[in-house]
Design a protein around this ligand. Structure first.
Ligand code: AOF
Ligand code: ZN
Length: 342
């Protein structure tokens, strides 16, 4: 499964489909490997069965003889015909004897593959390496289970929590290392959302760029929320309702949205309880005055403060990046943890 995860990670982080990897084994020897390269391309299982990926020590083949073999897949093989055919049927047709799965597919359209495989007499094991795969696929899994995009809120602040000085100047608070990191992050999400205030004041390009300044291969959908006219070729969502915005994005198969400001939109998403993760780039700068990162949340007393769970801390040049989770009411993570394994 660790190898299957490695293969899965070769696929794109962004896009409507999950990253999936598959290893085919016979008597402990790898006979096929595959991964999914994004919506519209072959699924990992079909890619592995095709033999086009050379296995370690081997050459590419026209197909793999998988009769009696074991397929190790990071995600439950799909049971539907979507942009491509059902992997479940491909595995059955190939004569696979055993399928080892890390996590069930929460997509109501594609799920149910494990039961179909069992009905065809194939031994199925679910849950192997589930933690590793849950971590890799978290935004996608959460978004598909919930029917609403996973929301990462990005903040870039001074040590005293300011995002602009008294005169409104804000470029740049964080270091080039932090900004490069943020650009890499943009390339991994499906959409970036800002409010009209930020769009008008900063006119951010919101493009994902590589370290040398050239545009990244994947550019997220750029979204602006609010009623004022905004510049550029962005998707305009009118009104100020974060839930309505997420519904529009869900329609477009957006799984992961990065909310990038400003303080008004950040507060609106937090107040609505729609943020999953807060990524804060903190620069060792003090301003003592100026706009704070998040507008009023309607919290009057410390006991009501929104306390997050720190997931990760790292240094980026002089800055610190803190990644923290917000516990959501509708958080259904781990719902499948107790699912049968046999
Ligand atoms: C698999 N193997 O490698 C992937 C799966 O419309 P399609 O054909 O692109 O199918 C997309 C859905 O299939 C996706 O939402 C997810 O439920 C599943 N992805 N399944 O068996 C794969 N990528
Ligand atoms: Zn499939």
């Amino acid at each position: 499964m660790t190898r299957a995860v490695e293969l899965a990670l070769r696929g794109p982080a962004a896009g409507p489909n999950p990253r999936v990897g598959c290893v085919l084994l016979r008597d402990g020897v790898v006979i096929g490997e595959g991964w999914h390269r994004g919506a519209g391309t072959a699924h990992a299982e079909v890619d592995a069965l095709s033999g086009r990926q050379p296995v370690p020590g081997g050459r590419p083949a026209n197909s793999v003889d998988a009769r009696g073999a074991t397929a190790v897949v990071t995600l439950e093989p799909c049971a539907h015909t979507g942009r491509t055919g059902p992997c479940t049927q491909a595995l059955i047709d190939a004569g696979v004897a055993r399928v080892v799965i890390a996590v069930p597919d929460p997509n109501p359209v594609a799920g149910g593959g494990a039961a179909l495989l069992r009905a065809a007499g194939i031994e199925v094991v679910v849950g192997v390496g589930a933690e590793q795969v849950e971590a890799m696929l978290e935004p996608w899994l959460v978004a598909v289970r919930r029917g609403q995009p996973f929301v990462t809120l990005k903040l870039a602040t001074t040590l005293d929590g300011r995002v602009a000085a008294a005169d409104g100047s804000s470029r740049w608070i964080t270091s080039p290392e932090s900004r490069a990191h943020a650009h890499a992050l943009r390339a991994e999400v499906d959409a970036i959302l800002v409010g009209t205030g930020t769009a008008l004041a900063d006119r951010p390009a919101l493009t994902a760029r590589t370290p040398d300044g050239s545009p990244a291969a994947h550019q997220p959908l750029r979204v602006v929320l609010g009623d004022r006219a905004a510049p550029g070729d962005w998707l305009r969502i009118t009104g100020h309702d974060p839930a309505a915005a997420l519904a529009v994005l869900a329609e477009r198969e957006v799984r992961h949205v990065l909310v990038e400001g400003g303080p008004t939109v950040s507060a609106a998403f937090l107040r609505a309880g729609l943020v999953d993760r807060v990524l804060t780039y903190v620069a060792p700068v003090l301003l003592g005055a100026g706009r704070s990162a998040v507008e009023d949340l309607g919290i009057g007393t410390l006991a009501d403060g929104l306390r997050l769970a720190t997931e990760d801390v790292r240094r980026l040049g002089p800055d610190v990046l803190v990644s923290a989770r917000v516990r959501r009411e509708d958080d259904v993570r781990g719902r499948h943890d107790s699912e049968e394994t046999h």
